[in-house]
Design a protein around this ligand. Structure first.
Ligand SMILES: Cc1cc2nc3c(=O)[nH]c(=O)nc-3n(C[C@H](O)[C@H](O)[C@H](O)COP(=O)(O)OP(=O)(O)OC[C@H]3O[C@@H](n4cnc5c(N)ncnc54)[C@H](O)[C@@H]3O)c2cc1C
Length: 262
């Protein structure tokens, strides 16, 4: 079987979207950490590979007022090593530093992780807990809307993500022995006058725990935690982790994260 996909290297998002529109079965390629694995099975269906990794517009890490802006094309390693992120939102540099192995961190991007409809990312907890806005070539989504609407539309590109700067934050995850993927991950953030708690887990999406967030906003102490604060319908039973096990992990991780942020 002969496989022939066209390879494009646009320099702007406008060009990238134009190529996408004009192609029969195109796909964007950023760091390739998810895509290359998929292409082993799907390459024969792809007419055009559009490499977005050299688009300058997708780069940059900077502070805008009370938000931290991170370009979608920034790698996890660049975010982990950024002086701005380390100083202003250390919870995000720690989160990035604990993603995958060094290849995944150096090639994989925050945009690719958030755009993925296949696997859940640690970044998804950060989006929710730091009340992030995802700016795309078409619109801006609040993180909660982004997840509830099922992510990006066809051909849409993430440009940058703006996180509210937390006063304090802690992300803790419990992983399988064989991988860095979270069985359960918890991000507790203390924002200006309010707290937010987000969970990422085995069900491929992240979710907020509003009841726990508001209880902590009134009294920031680990004793505040109660299982009733967790929207259990968002957890899914699976062979590796029963619901009881996941709830037990959640309690331990939430209490530890609250202690760290106290
Ligand atoms: C071994 C391994 C371990 C991992 N461990 C972790 C972990 O511990 N925690 C964690 O959170 N994640 C983990 N991941 C996931 C990893 O973070 C993502 O695969 C990676 O960040 C994807 O980014 P990428 O740039 O490589 O995307 P690509 O593989 O290039 O693309 C992924 C998808 O996103 C689309 N896309 C990419 N960029 C954009 C954009 N700017 N706008 C719109 N669509 C876009 C592509 O078209 C494609 O559909 C791991 C992955 C691997 C392979």
């Amino acid at each position: 079987m002969t496989i022939s996909s066209l390879f494009h290297s646009p320099k702007t998002t406008t060009d990238a979207e134009a190529i996408y529109r004009e192609s029969k079965n195109p796909i964007y390629l950023s760091g390739g950490q998810e895509l290359v694995l998929r292409l082993q099975h799907e390459l024969q269906h792809v007419s055009d590979l559009i490499d977005i990794s050299t688009i300058d517009q997708l780069r940059g890490v900077y502070i805008e007022g009370s938000t931290l802006s991170i370009g979608a094309g920034e790698s996890h390693a660049a975010i982990a090593g950024s002086v701005v992120v380390t100083r202003k939102a250390p919870v995000l540099s720690e989160l990035a530093a604990n993603i995958g192995d060094s290849q995944t961190r150096n090639r994989g991007t925050i945009g690719g992780a958030i755009a993925s409809k296949i696997r859940s990312s640690d970044w998804n907890a950060a989006l929710l807990a730091l009340d992030a806005t995802i700016h795309t070539t078409r619109t801006s989504y609040m993180a909660e809307d982004y997840f509830s609407k099922g992510g990006l539309s066809e051909g849409e590109l993430i440009i940058k993500i703006c996180f509210e700067l937390p006063c304090k934050g802690s992300y803790l995850k419990h992983t399988r022995a064989s991988s860095s993927d979270a069985i359960v991950g918890v991000l507790v953030s203390r924002l200006h006058k309010r707290c937010r708690v987000a969970v990422v887990g085995t069900n491929r999406t992240a979710f907020l725990c509003p009841a726990l967030g508001s209880a902590l906003s009134s009294r920031f102490h680990p004793d505040v935690y109660d299982h009733s604060h967790i929207p259990c319908n968002m957890l899914t039973e699976n062979p590796e982790a029963s619901l009881d096990y996941q709830l037990n992990l959640l309690e331990i991780l939430c209490k530890r994260a609250i202690n760290i942020c106290a």
